[in-house]
Design a protein around this ligand. Structure first.
Ligand code: HEC
Length: 489
């Protein structure tokens, strides 16, 4: 028995006291005797005990300070590097290197590292974590948290000598002194702990193994969905059929009136030929309908608009029926734009002439009389459904009866048998054609009043010359005919 005791590691010597005062005086005695590796255990904090034991103040505040300062430096260095060197990016108009802006992060990191320093520094200084303390081997030590005070001298102290310490402690009036020895309870970890540990490790590997096997094997089963996300969304490709919408089309058209950002360069007036601005004040729903009808080729809107026109016509007809028994004709009350929104100049007319020649002349003829090549061909084969193109020179198409906006709309959307050309002719070119058609009309029917005074004489002279020339040609033709007749006879 004594042999085992010798083998047991001795950690130090402890003495029990019943009062704070006896403990404190014992502490002073031990300190004065030169021992430094000492400690006291009390159920509550005892003031002055560190002094009595000669314990130096802790260095924890310094650790804390250094850790905090490190945090400040890291945060500032990081932000200065990022914001003013590596990735210069103006944020709220601040300079790249703006200390006030860096304060919050610097503050946070300072606090974080300082608290880490305090927390881990405390652990390190106390030699934690420690699962057991040799003091616990003595059952009397349990009262250290209750009503007893303990003084401890560590065996690693330079001056340690079991007999000397024991007598010193006895001198201080302690009635219980005991050597602190290593715990002799079994040190092996109980077997079930290994079993539980092994089982948990094995269990934790199961999901990993499942994932790995699934990654390398093929399966005919549908995928296993933990989160559905959008895996089962009824996504459709272009031009596919769907039962979701009434029209069974998977592709949805724009909501009427949609204009892509940046695409609306022109005013609605210019796009429709209708004086939308004036109408917006008096009849907003009609504006919407007209835009749908004339800009988005919405047939339903067109029909609705036609209906309103007819109703309006009926109302006016009823009012005037007594006066004139005119047949119910649909009067156009659409507020068309009266004047071409583009500046009419030689350039615009040249564009209009060119566009008219390309797109309109085939039917309406270069002169606008409605006898273009398509018409000639249709007449020659007596095409049964052919409607002759209108002549641009009929009075009903003059600017006073047929405003520029309406002409624009006819070109854009077509009218009755004539197709619309909005898809082929650019917006401004359509207005250019409008300007050219006006010029064309004037070319065939204009009074001398329209000619500036300065040029009147010249024009009159030219007209006279042209008349004379025509007369001369007619006379020549007559002469030639007479000559031919003579020759035949
Ligand atoms: C494919 C032949 C064709 C082309 C090309 C054509 N039109 Fe017409 N246009 C017609 C026909 C046909 C009519 C008569 C429609 C009706 O009365 O049913 C007509 C009628 C018109 C009218 C009279 C509309 C009214 O309200 O009575 C104007 C104005 C007009 N066209 C202008 C043009 C202009 C400008 C162009 C060139 C952008 C053009 N057309 C291109 C065939 C054509």
């Amino acid at each position: 028995m004594s042999e085992t005791k010798i083998e047991t590691t001795v950690h130090g010597m402890m003495a029990e006291f019943t009062t704070v005062d006896s403990l404190l005086s014992a502490c002073r005695r031990v300190r004065d005797a030169g021992y430094t590796k000492t400690d006291a255990y009390t159920p509550f904090p005892v003031h002055g005990i560190d002094k009595a034991l000669g314990i130096k103040p802790t260095v924890l505040p310094w650790i804390c300070l250094i850790a905090g300062a490190t945090g400040t430096c890291i945060a500032l260095a990081m932000q200065i590097w990022m914001n003013s060197i590596d990735y210069k990016y103006i944020i709220s108009g601040k300079p790249f290197l703006s200390l006030p802006a860096f304060i919050p992060v610097a503050f946070e990191l300072t606090i974080l590292l300082a608290s880490f320093g305090a927390f881990f520094g405390m652990w390190a200084l106390n030699g934690l974590p420690k699962f057991s303390n040799p003091m616990f081997t003595d059952p009397r030590f349990d009262r250290a948290t209750d009503d007893r005070f303990f003084l401890y001298v560590d065996a690693s102290d330079e001056r340690y000598d079991a007999a000397g310490v024991r007598s010193l402690m006895a001198d201080t009036g302690s009635d219980y002194i005991n050597e602190v020895v290593e715990d002799d309870s079994p040190k092996e970890v109980p077997k079930p702990v290994f079993l539980i540990w092994g089982l948990s490790v094995a269990a934790s590997l199961v999901p990993l193994i499942c994932i790995l096997t699934m990654r390398v094997t093929n399966s005919s089963q549908p995928r296993f969905h933990i989160f559905f996300d959008m895996d089962f969304s009824p996504a459709k490709d272009a031009q596919q059929v769907t039962s979701l919408f009434v029209d069974n089309r998977a592709m949805r058209s724009d909501v009427p009136g949609t204009v892509a950002r940046g695409q609306m360069e022109e005013s609605l007036d210019m796009l429709t030929g209708i004086d939308v601005e004036a109408l917006t004040l008096t009849d907003p729903p009609r504006v919407e309908r007209l835009v749908r009808a004339y800009m988005q080729a919405d047939d339903q809107a067109k029909a609705e608009e036609q209906e309103t026109l007819e109703k309006e016509a009926e109302a006016t007809d009823e009012a005037t029926e007594a006066a004139e028994a005119a047949p119910a004709s649909v009067m156009d009350t659409t507020p068309w734009v009266e004047k071409n929104p583009l500046t009419v100049d030689a350039d615009l007319l040249a564009t209009g002439q060119q566009q008219f020649a390309i797109y309109c002349s085939v039917c309406h003829g270069m002169d606008g009389y409605g006898n273009g090549l398509v018409n000639q061909r249709a007449q020659s084969i007596s095409a049964p459904t052919w409607v002759p193109p209108a002549s641009m020179h009929q009075e009903t198409l003059y600017a006073d009866k047929y405003p520029d906006g309406k002409l624009f709309s006819t070109i854009s959307n077509g009218i009755r048998k004539m197709p619309g050309y909005a898809g082929q002719i650019k917006l401004k070119d359509r207005w250019a054609i409008v300007a050219y058609v006006r010029a064309l009309q004037k070319s065939q029917n204009a009074s001398l009043d329209l000619v500036p005074d300065a040029k009147k004489a010249a024009v009159e002279k030219a007209v006279e010359e042209a008349k004379a020339e025509l007369k001369r040609q007619a006379e020549e033709a007559e002469k030639a005919a007479a000559a031919r007749q003579q020759a035949q006879q």
